[in-house]
Design a protein around this ligand. Structure first.
Ligand code: GYE
Length: 330
């Protein structure tokens, strides 16, 4: 079944290439794709790392859907380091892959390598995270969530939770990895939304690098220097889950003594809501693979795609968590 799909796809791709004027011959029977002898599209994907449950689900989605679409995937893991990601992208350029996709570790410093890809005629698709390049011709599209909106959604829950109350609310914030679009935007979306109410005070804010271990470590330090924490706002579930351990070790009850707001919506966070330890989770969907493969196919065929493709997502509270848990896919 796999093979016949590939063959079918190769014909479609070849026909698409012919009509877009890129193919040397257009009858669909001979190899005319730079990617390989069997006419398969080759996609080079430079992943951020394996820092979180979200990322693991994202990687699996990309690998599974590449396989299902008959796309040859070259995959690299940058271990949260920009230099590794740039190296991987340069490798894909040298290899002359058909399309490059990546989720940028940080949002700055991409112009040189993106220009190299453009000069080599290789289209680039941004997935999950944005870059700050002002020259938007350096990538064909950006598919992913609106992280500012996610931060606002986190704040909306908080504002509602404390409606009508006048006493100060001490908030600690665990930020994502420094310079990453979701860390910058989730901070801003949340901060701007609570700014109008002087009762809300962010008393400590530090990076937990989107990992459980760092989330726990930083929360331990927060607890030592701040005896009156009311709320934890974590930029992702893994840091919230690490922080829960720190809170329990400090003899406090997560979800009750300290309310917890988190972002992503991985299964473990849903379980923590069912257990009463996380109060609300703002969803961020990692299952970008199927849409990415569709985009790759369109781009190779020379079709125009939307410059910005937004992911749809919701917000889950404790009373919704138990019902939603069995059907969570990640
Ligand atoms: O929230 C976090 C991951 O870029 C949206 O990266 C992604 C974020 C996600 O490490 O868990």
């Amino acid at each position: 079944m796999h093979v016949s799909r590939r063959k079918l796809f190769a014909v479609v791709a070849a026909a698409g290439l012919a009509t877009s004027g890129l193919a040397a011959c257009g009858d669909g029977t001979q190899d005319n794709d730079a990617g390989g002898a069997d006419d398969k599209i080759v996609l080079g994907f430079a992943q951020v790392g394996a820092e979180s449950g979200w990322r693991t689900a994202n990687t699996k989605s990309i690998q599974d859907s590449a396989r299902a679409a008959g796309i040859e995937l070259q995959f690299s893991d940058a271990q949260q380091k920009q230099e590794n990601q740039i190296k991987a992208i340069r490798g894909y350029i040298q290899q002359k892959v058909d399309v490059i996709a990546f989720s940028p570790v940080v949002n700055t410093g991409w112009d040189p390598v993106l220009k190299e890809a453009k000069a080599a005629g290789i289209p680039v698709i941004l997935t999950d995270r944005a870059v700050d390049s002002t020259d938007t011709s350096l990538y064909v599209t950006f598919i992913g969530s609106d992280f500012i909106v996610e931060g606002q959604r986190a704040a909306d829950w908080l504002i509602k939770e404390y409606e009508g109350k006048t006493e100060p609310v001490n908030i600690v914030e665990l930020q994502g990895s420094p310079g990453a679009a979701p860390a910058i935007d989730r901070k801003k979306g949340f901060g701007d939304a609570i700014a109008a109410n002087p009762n809300f005070k962010i008393i400590a804010s530090q990076t937990g690098e989107f990992t459980r271990a760092k989330g726990k470590e930083v929360m331990t330090a927060f607890l030592q220097s701040n005896p009156d924490i009311d709320v934890l706002y974590a930029h992702n579930d893994d840091m919230a889950l690490g922080a829960i351990q720190a809170i329990e070790e400090a003899g406090k009850k997560p979800g009750t003594d300290i309310k917890i707001i988190s972002i992503d919506g991985v299964k473990d966070a849903f379980q923590a809501m069912v257990d009463g330890k996380i109060n609300v989770v703002v969803e961020c969907n990692p299952l970008l693979g199927p849409q990415l493969m569709e985009l790759v196919q369109k781009v190779v065929k020379g079709e125009t795609v939307e410059k910005r493709i937004l992911t749809e997502e919701g917000v889950f509270t404790q009373d919704q968590a138990a019902a939603a848990l069995p059907s969570r896919q990640y």
